[in-house]
Ligand binder design. Structure first.
Ligand code: FAD
Ligand code: MLT
Ligand code: ZN
Length: 475
């Protein structure tokens, strides 16, 4: 259990009784109240298998009214609640720690409206990102975010984690593209900020409180989001590079040569790509190099865009920054390349226990922690590798050990966070704080900012029933 592994004590919340279960069965139909151990188990374990909770009850509401009724009851009885979307979160935020009730959004999956002219999509929080993307693509638009977990993650989970993803560089983050949200406060009050307007300066922008607050300030039930146009032309380049400094020079050159069509600039080191290719039996279209760059363009003229990208490749092979590479606009070939990148996270799971870090660093220091950790852990780690969203200054560092050990953990933490703080980075770039990092949040947030966060929590959830043990450190 993660409470034992991370030495966390249960807070004095109420304990679920048979009468509570009976009550929930009157609010929801019986089949939407899960109590059987086997049914509840998957909701207790996170994707990365770092955290395991002890919940005995999962509720699956279908409407905002049901969410509101459940929360009102839980708040009165001091029953703690863990909201869960697609359960792809990587910081233990989506699973309970003790016996919190899991409130799953999986049945709140309806599209409410779509305006093809403005691009405003309104839907329920439990819609799966890929389903939404397929829906809007058929209407010549795309979702403004894309990530490897798109087949399972929910839009409500994306908003609650302020997910970044593979094209943030081009389409911006969710604070920009979310037009409105409907959310339910801990006491059951429904906050309707579900406007689909681009401009609405009527007082405080409350929707932002729910973007990235990881289910600790309220539950997101509906979402209005702006969808950009489907690009008419997409091209992908995959390049082998000798050293990290060359990636930075390539990034600067790509911005100036490709300008507005650049939609992704991702990097991965050799260990990331070779272990993914090997563990998941995925083909690598170029041979072995110390580093790789995946570059994508979204534009409107296929011949023009792929010619631009091919010229970029030729020029940079001449300059020596690219050792070898391939450029393609063929959908199947582009998918092969993206598969390698998007599956790096999944490939790590088959090798042992994964310590996962997700940090922002100034670009010149972007890769510096990988060699540092390799040296520090030596033979204790089977593998230490880095990859991520160069365009956003966000690197993911995975440390694989044969088996979890407190010793490996204490060699990594707080060391890595101290190093990030020294470099003025962020200890969580895009995955959030969840259960795994509240005790380290002070490395990236000043004491007064943390105090304001605690005050907001107190205001919105005075009994602390929403996703306890997550995000905020103990005071
Ligand atoms: P969950 O994992 O279920 O929940 C995440 C958090 O949000 C939890 O704290 C939960 O309590 C809360 N929550 C969920 N739904 C609601 C709701 N409706 N209201 C209130 N709170 C809620 N993240 C990135 O930023 N960029 C990436 O590129 C990226 N790639 C990924 C690739 C893979 C293969 C995987 C497994 C994960 C990746 N993630 C990435 C991490 C993850 O944050 C995202 O997958 C996603 O945003 C989580 O959505 P979810 O529906 O699975 O939420
Ligand atoms: C990614 O960029 O692939 C995701 O954020 C998941 C990960 O950290 O592996
Ligand atoms: Zn990422």
């Amino acid at each position: 259990f993660s409470s034992e592994k991370y030495k966390v004590k249960r807070k004095p919340f109420g304990t679920i009784e048979a009468s509570d279960v009976d009550y929930f069965k009157t609010v929801l139909s019986e089949d939407r109240v899960l109590t059987d151990d086997n049914d509840v188990l998957p909701f207790n374990i996170d994707w990365i298998k770092n955290c395991r909770g002890q919940s005995k009850l999962v509720l699956k509401p279908k409407t905002t009214q049901e969410v509101s009724t459940i929360l009102k009851y839980c708040n009165q009885k001091r029953l703690a609640v863990c909201p869960q979307g697609g359960n792809t979160g990587l910081v233990g935020g989506s699973v309970p720690v003790f016996d919190e009730i899991v409130l799953s959004f999986m049945l709140m999956n309806k599209i409410i409206s779509f305006d093809e002219i403005s691009g405003a999509l309104i839907c329920e929080a439990g819609c799966i990102l890929e389903n939404l993307d397929n829906y809007v693509r058929e209407r010549n638009l795309i979702m403004p975010l894309d990530l490897g977990a798109k087949g399972s993650c929910h839009i409500g989970g994306n908003i609650s984690t302020n997910a970044g993803g593979l094209r943030l560089l081009r389409y911006g983050n969710l604070h920009g593209s979310v037009l409105g949200v409907e959310a339910v406060k801990a006491d059951g009050t429904v906050i309707d900020c579900l406007k689909s307007l681009k401009k609405d300066n009527t007082g405080y922008h409350l929707k932002h409180l729910f973007i990235g607050s990881e289910g600790t300030l309220g539950l997101v039930t509906k979402v209005a989001i702006h969808c950009p146009a489907l690009p008419k032309a997409v091209s992908v380049g995959f390049f082998g590079v000798e050293k990290f400094e060359d990636i930075l020079r390539l990034y600067a050159n790509a911005k100036s040569s490709l300008g507005e069509i650049l939609s992704a600039f991702e990097m991965a080191d050799n260990d990331s790509i070779s272990s993914t290719a090997k563990n998941l039996k995925l083909p690598n279209p170029i041979s072995d190099y110390p580093f790789y760059v995946l570059l994508e363009t979204h534009g409107s003229d296929e011949a023009h865009d792929s010619e631009k990208l091919t010229r970029f490749l030729e020029k940079e092979m001449e300059s020596g920054l690219i050792l070898d590479g391939t450029v393609t606009s063929d959908p199947a070939k582009m998918q092969t390349i993206w598969n390698l990148r998007e599956n790096i996270a999944a490939a790590g799971l088959v090798e042992g226990y994964m310590f996962k870090y997700d940090v922002s660093l100034p670009l010149r220091n972007y890769y510096s922690l990988v060699p540092l950790l390799r040296q520090r852990l030596g033979a204790k780690a089977s593998r230490v590798y880095g990859y991520g969203h160069v365009g956003d200054g966000n690197i993911h560092i995975n440390v694989i050990v044969p088996k979890y050990s407190p010793e490996a953990s204490s060699m990594l933490e707080p060391y890595i966070f101290e190093e990030v703080a020294k470099l003025k980075g962020s200890i969580s770039a895009e995955h959030g704080v969840g259960f795994r990092k509240p005790q380290f949040i002070h490395y990236s947030k000043d004491a007064n900012a943390l105090q304001l966060m605690q005050q907001l929590k107190q205001l919105m959830d005075p009994n602390g029933i929403l996703n306890p043990y997550k995000v905020l450190p103990e005071i």
